[in-house]
Design a protein around this ligand. Structure first.
Ligand SMILES: [Zn+2]
Length: 239
């Protein structure tokens, strides 16, 4: 029996950009959770188109909220602004590749505790997409053989990981993994202290919802004195 069904030839026009990107992610078996980076699956020019798709769908959300975006002068461009804010700014860490981080050899064979921080944390919670604002401290015990990276690169990597809808507990692990793979240190410590705005703006409306999470690896796990030195210097540091 002849199969009369003709397979659809999906041209680029009838498939949304997000569908194309999702299809590539699925084909590669890659997850695309809120805090995953998917830059490798976005082709040249697609980010602009994705922004436009988000704008159209954001307009539909405003419509569903029964906000008159046609006649309300305050919300005329809101969908476009929110789409840009998500894709180009606050969630840019999902869509942009990792910042270039040049490393240099540890010529002096430095093997002393190094503390970087406080770095500014600007993120959003995956549950409500509400801001998370906070500080991050990183402690590194470099290995004599491994490479070092410049101070400003810590801030760039932190920003790249945090500019995604995040869960604080996962964010510090992601940053620690990233730093560990780049620095191969003898020890690594990451402490994040953050204020979750979903606790102020909605929900319990608690005034002091600061959450602190820490990750200790290698020498920081084995050596109490080193861990105390890091935590002490972090507290005494400039805030
Ligand atoms: Zn939340």
């Amino acid at each position: 029996m002849l199969n009369t069904m003709v397979p659809h030839d999906h041209s680029c026009d009838d498939v949304s950009v997000s569908e194309r990107i999702r299809a590539r992610l699925r084909a590669a078996g890659q997850t695309f959770r809120a805090n995953d980076n998917i830059a490798a699956f976005i082709e040249d020019g697609e980010l602009e188109a994705l922004c436009l798709e988000v704008e159209n769908r954001m307009n539909a959300v405003l419509d569903a909220l029964v906000i008159d975006t046609e006649n309300d002068h305050n919300t005329v461009g809101t969908a476009r602004r929110v789409a840009r804010m998500f894709v180009d700014e606050v969630f840019a860490g999902r869509y942009r590749p990792a910042p270039p981080v040049t490393s240099f050899p540890n010529v002096s064979q430095l093997n002393e505790l190094m503390i970087v921080g406080p770095l500014t944390v600007r993120s959003a919670c995956s549950h409500h997409l509400c801001p998370i604002m906070g500080k991050m401290w990183i402690g590194v015990l470099p290995s004599r053989e491994a490479e070092l990276i410049g101070l400003s690169k810590f801030a760039r990597l932190c920003d790249w990981i945090m500019s995604r809808p995040q869960i604080q507990e996962e964010a510090v692990i992601m940053l620690a993994d990233e730093l560990e793979s780049r620095l191969q240190p003898e020890g690594l410590a990451v402490v994040m202290e953050a204020d979750h705005f979903c606790m102020h703006w909605r929900g319990v409306k608690d005034e002091q919802p600061v959450m602190t999470t820490s990750i200790m690896r290698g020498a920081f796990l084995q050596n109490d004195a080193l861990r105390r030195e890091f935590l002490g210097l972090r507290k005494s540091g400039v805030k």
